[in-house]
Design a binder for this molecule. Structure first.
Ligand code: BJW
Length: 273
């Protein structure tokens, strides 16, 4: 268990030591992530993305259909800046640890499911399979007024015009879920199924403010899962969690995974990572 807990606070070391045997027994793990899981990749969290030039704008105007209709070029400029940042970023050790944990469990007939609010693709780029993208994907677009099913990838970065358009002139929008919009119902139901079947649920790097996604960890807990929160700050979820690790996820997730692997696959050095 090399290095287990080094660099953590005393409280976190103690919590991690208690959590490890519980996590190693889990057969159905549900992982719910937010912007904090990508922080150590260099992607500002959603709230941080509104600093500087963008601090003059109400988040609801940058991330709502009304805001887009009022000024599509400005909203696209914000998304294009974020796309350019994200294009330079790679998955971090937290994403990689989740992938390794999923691979290890799948080899053993168990499973780990990730449902993310992030639109940055990093879980998939890290190799995690079947990622549920609750709020869409920044690399996808669709014509304004059409459905999620009409989305396609648009990888041009930076974009050559704001807003980007189809050849017939129709305006493209990012295929993300804005405030006041319904989430993709199939995607949301899939996430709730995973949450309800979990024996262990982790909420990682989210302020737990935005619904309906923020209900997922509570639902997992109500259906019997042990609930873990990983976030340097306290959130609306903290009081409901069984284990709280107030640490950066890219630090603590590799420690947790390494310890789990030593317990459930001690000779399987090739497993996972
Ligand atoms: C680290 C870390 C490290 C940092 N390691 N951690 C009242 C008024 C108006 C609306 C509502 C209302 N009450 C409820 C609503 C509905 C609304 C909502 O929930 N609003 C709340 C804000 C109050 N929800 C909706 O509108 C949803 N739709 C809906 O409900 O439909 C039904 C309906 C229809 C019509 C009317 C009403 C209802 C849709 C929500 C869509 C959210 N979309 C966004 C934008 C996506 C595209 C984009 O990114 O541009 O999704 S908003 C934004 O918030 C984004 C995120 O996915 C989401 C969650 O943010 P997240 O991930 O938690 O990020 P942060 O920045 O908040 O937090 C980062 C965390 O990381 C912090 O806690 C840090 O401490 C932590 N951290 N470093 C670990 N190293």
């Amino acid at each position: 268990m090399a290095g287990q807990g080094s660099g953590l606070s005393a409280a976190s070391r103690s919590t991690l030591a208690d959590l490890i045997p519980v996590a190693a027994r889990a057969r159905s793990v549900f992982v719910f992530t937010g912007a904090g899981v990508s922080a150590e990749s260099g992607i500002p969290t959603f709230r941080e993305a509104q600093t500087g030039l963008w601090s003059r704008y109400d988040p609801v105007m940058l991330a709502s259909l009304d805001g887009f209709r009022a000024d599509p070029a400005n909203v696209w400029k914000w998304y294009d800046e974020r796309r350019q940042t994200m294009q330079r970023c790679s998955p971090n050790a937290g994403h990689v640890a989740l992938t390794a944990w999923q691979h290890l469990l799948r080899k053993q007939g168990a499973d780990l499911h990730v449902a993310t609010q992030n639109i940055d693709d990093l879980h998939s780029l890290a190799g995690t399979h079947d990622v549920v993208e609750l709020h869409g994907n920044i690399w996808e677009v669709r014509p304004l007024g059409t459905e999620f099913a009409d989305a396609f990838r648009l990888m041009d970065c930076p974009l050559s015009e704001y807003p980007p358009r189809l050849a017939d002139g129709s305006t493209l929008r990012p295929n993300v879920v804005w405030f006041g919009e319904m989430l993709n119902e199939d995607v949301l139901q899939q996430a709730f199924r995973h949450a309800k079947h979990a024996d262990l649920a982790l909420s990682i790097g989210t302020s737990s403010l935005v619904y309906p996604a923020a209900a997922l960890p509570f639902v997992a807990r109500e259906h019997g899962a042990t609930l873990v929160e990983i976030n340097p700050e306290r959130t609306e979820l903290t009081a409901a969690a069984d284990y709280v690790l107030q640490e950066p996820s890219a630090v603590v997730l590799p420690m947790l995974f390494d310890a789990i692997r030593e317990i459930i696959s001690p000779s399987g050095a090739a497993d996972g990572k």
